[in-house]
Design a binder for this molecule. Structure first.
Ligand code: PM9
Length: 461
């Protein structure tokens, strides 16, 4: 019997085209993961059934976006799609100057080069892999000023992405404002489990940094998801639209880097946005060196058109309700099966606590990496390690960083999988949980110099 008052949510779209998936046998998967050095990044996508590696560039575009591709103006300079994108960025985010880049890290590179000098400190709410690397390559040092609750996988704080104002103030006192070119605020915080930042915290960060003359730069990669959490969880915002909350958040900052491959529902693209004309001039000169002319930044005209449309679609309340609704649904299913996950559930996926899932493994036996490999073996579901491998090594000592969070991310691409897929995923994770005692750790046998999680290889211990 369905209770009469029950009202379920459903996706605000119907499916026009499908992509067929290949099912694999356990023997095929054993061979594939061994050949991939137990690194899910090194699997071939055709050997994957449900791909939860990332929500980056994996969204399904709408018919409007596909139609937009046909309006691509592939002129080298001054493409009309650039101006459409510029209009969309101004309307939705409010920034004055736009520099397109091929993806988020392209923007991080340019930003770091024009803002950071050797010896600078860049405070941020938990590190992100590519962001920190570009800061370091520019001669800076990242300093974590996220609230302590973010490092606790089950702390119920509704905004675990928040910046700890005391930590930030102390850092400014210690190093002096002159050595802090900007504070980087990521919304949501990926490595903490897609945890949001509250509007109150954004305002407080703005007020504190303004007193010291320090800029605020947003990593607005998943800003619409962050805005949805503000609408749902923060007092006083329930009646506000996601669209208006996104714009308000941007208004407390001086610029932003953006990987459009997430929120903005495109397969490639990004940008750097700034309000300061002088910095914009420097950055638009730098983009010519690393990405392409400042009116395309490494993108085709059609990519910019799809992005302009995707930005508008990403801030629709109904879209966001279904997007996050699907993630919460999977979270509920996993919690019903007693799987240890990061809670409250964040925006772009479910993060399994590998330390609790595999308590018999030490962190340098790479529990999250081992669990990601096991999940692939069980049903062909591809996930990603977000623990000691992702954290990398301290550039000065060469030692592993040992992050408190040792997680496996089940990242949900936007508008791609159905509720039935979520059920299959939950059942597979529960099956692996039942035989968790038999899972062994891994040994890292090769690692590259930078961003080792993408390419490192492992063997079973
Ligand atoms: N995030 C992700 O899967 C792509 C691969 S892992 C590096 O979560 C934030 C918060 C991100 C992000 C990418 C980037 C870089 C910046 N900030 O991948 O270069 O989550 O477009 O963006 C990935 P690009």
């Amino acid at each position: 019997m369905i209770p009469h008052q029950k009202r379920s949510w459903a996706e605000p779209f119907k499916i026009k085209m499908v992509e067929l998936l290949k099912m694999t046998t356990p023997a095929q998967r054993r061979k594939a993961i061994k050949e991939a050095g137990y690194n899910t990044f090194l699997l071939r996508s055709e050997d994957v059934y449900i791909d939860l590696l990332t929500d980056s560039g994996t969204s399904a575009m709408s018919d409007q976006q596909w139609a937009g591709l046909m309006l691509g103006d592939e002129a080298y300079a001054g493409s009309k799609n650039f101006y459409n994108l510029e209009r969309s960025v101004k309307e939705h985010y409010g920034y004055k100057y736009l520099i397109p880049t091929h993806q988020g890290r392209g923007a991080e590179n340019i930003l770091s080069k024009v803002m950071i000098k050797k010896g600078d400190i860049i405070p941020g709410n938990m590190y992100f892999t590519t962001t920190r690397l570009h800061q370091e390559l520019a001669g800076g040092t990242f300093a974590d000023v996220i609230i302590d609750e973010a490092h606790d996988p089950t702390h119920p704080h509704p905004f675990k992405g928040n910046i700890d104002l005391d930590k930030l103030e102390k850092l400014i006192k210690k190093h002096g404002a002159a050595r802090i070119p900007y504070v980087c605020v990521a919304v949501t915080v990926n490595m903490a489990g897609g945890q949001p930042v509250s509007m109150a915290n954004m305002k407080e960060v703005r007020a504190l940094t303004a007193r010291h003359g320090i800029k605020v730069i947003l990593d607005m990669t998943r800003i619409a998801e962050n805005a949805f959490f503000i609408q749902q969880r923060e007092k006083g915002y329930a009646r506000r639209s996601v669209k208006s909350l996104v714009k308000e958040m941007c208004s407390y900052t001086d610029g932003a880097t953006f990987s459009a491959k997430k929120d903005a529902l495109v397969n490639i693209g990004g940008f750097l946005a700034l309000n300061d004309e002088e910095k914009y001039q420097e950055a638009s000169n730098m983009v010519v060196v690393y990405e392409g002319l400042h009116t395309y930044g490494g993108l085709a005209g059609r990519d910019m058109e799809a992005m302009a449309i995707g930005i508008a679609e990403s801030v629709q309340d109904e879209h966001m309700k279904a997007r996050i609704g699907q993630v919460l649904y999977l979270g509920d299913r996993l919690q019903q099966a007693d799987i240890p996950i990061v809670t409250p559930v964040g925006g772009h996926g479910i993060f399994i606590d590998a330390k609790k899932f595999l308590p018999h493994l030490k962190q340098d036996q790479f529990p999250a990496q081992a669990l990601a490999a096991e999940l692939y073996l069980d049903a062909g579901i591809r996930t990603m390690e977000r623990g000691i491998v992702s954290a990398g090594r301290n550039a000065k000592t060469g030692d592993h960083y040992y992050p408190k969070l040792e997680l496996v991310r089940l990242t949900i691409p936007r508008r791609v999988y159905t509720q039935a897929h979520m059920d299959v995923i939950a059942e597979s994770v529960a099956n692996v949980y039942d035989r968790r005692d038999k899972i062994t750790g891994l040994r890292m046998v090769w690692e590259p110099q930078y961003l080792r999680f993408f390419q490192a290889r492992f063997q079973v211990l």
